[in-house]
Design a protein around this ligand. Structure first.
Ligand SMILES: NC(=O)c1ccc[n+]([C@@H]2O[C@H](COP(=O)([O-])OP(=O)(O)OC[C@H]3O[C@@H](n4cnc5c(N)ncnc54)[C@H](OP(=O)(O)O)[C@@H]3O)[C@@H](O)[C@H]2O)c1
Length: 137
């Protein structure tokens, strides 16, 4: 598993068990250095502009899925909102993993509903690690 992040967050990725590298120009070379035998599949969860590199790395558009890059169709890549088929069966597994402490949901910050605007401003920085929680009393 290889994840991309800014330098500040790469140690966090490693703590989750992934190898880590920068996103942006030179991605193909950096990933190949980490995975000389190749990459099976790629999930593009943020930003635009990485899909061509991910197709190069995996060898085919059908090995790439995007949730963040709305130009995916131009590359022959599936863009998903998850609405195509909710994997309800996986909820039981998620609960089991959470109960065992193996699935965690890091919360960056919790804000009251009155500070919803601030929550949006933080989100719009594009560098939130974890979830912003809006608390409704
Ligand atoms: N398809 C759907 O149903 C669906 C649902 C929700 C969200 N989304 C989309 O999913 C994406 C992620 O949403 P999010 O809420 O997690 O917030 P986000 O603020 O867009 O993403 C935050 C993370 O993305 C990383 N990042 C920033 N620029 C990047 C780049 N050029 N390449 C790779 N990573 C980059 C940041 O890492 P660093 O801080 O380390 O830079 C940060 O950890 C957004 O594009 C959002 O629109 C899609």
């Amino acid at each position: 598993m290889i994840g991309t992040a800014s330098r500040d967050n790469q140690e966090y990725l490693r703590s989750l068990g992934a190898a880590a590298t920068d996103y942006g120009p030179g991605l193909v070379e950096r990933v190949r250095a980490l995975a000389p035998d190749g990459v099976d599949a790629a999930l593009a969860v943020s930003g635009e502009g990485a899909l061509a590199d991910l197709i190069t790395l995996t060898g085919s558009p059908d090995r790439v899925v995007s949730i963040g890059d709305v130009t995916a169709a131009d590359h022959g890549v599936v863009f998903t909102t998850g609405a195509e088929g909710r994997a309800f069966y996986s909820l039981r597994e998620a609960v089991t993993l959470a109960a065992a402490g193996r699935l965690t949901m890091p919360v960056t910050r919790a804000l009251p509903l009155a500070e919803l605007g601030e929550a949006h401003r933080i989100s719009e920085t594009g560098h939130v690690r974890g979830k912003l929680v809006v608390v409704v009393d």
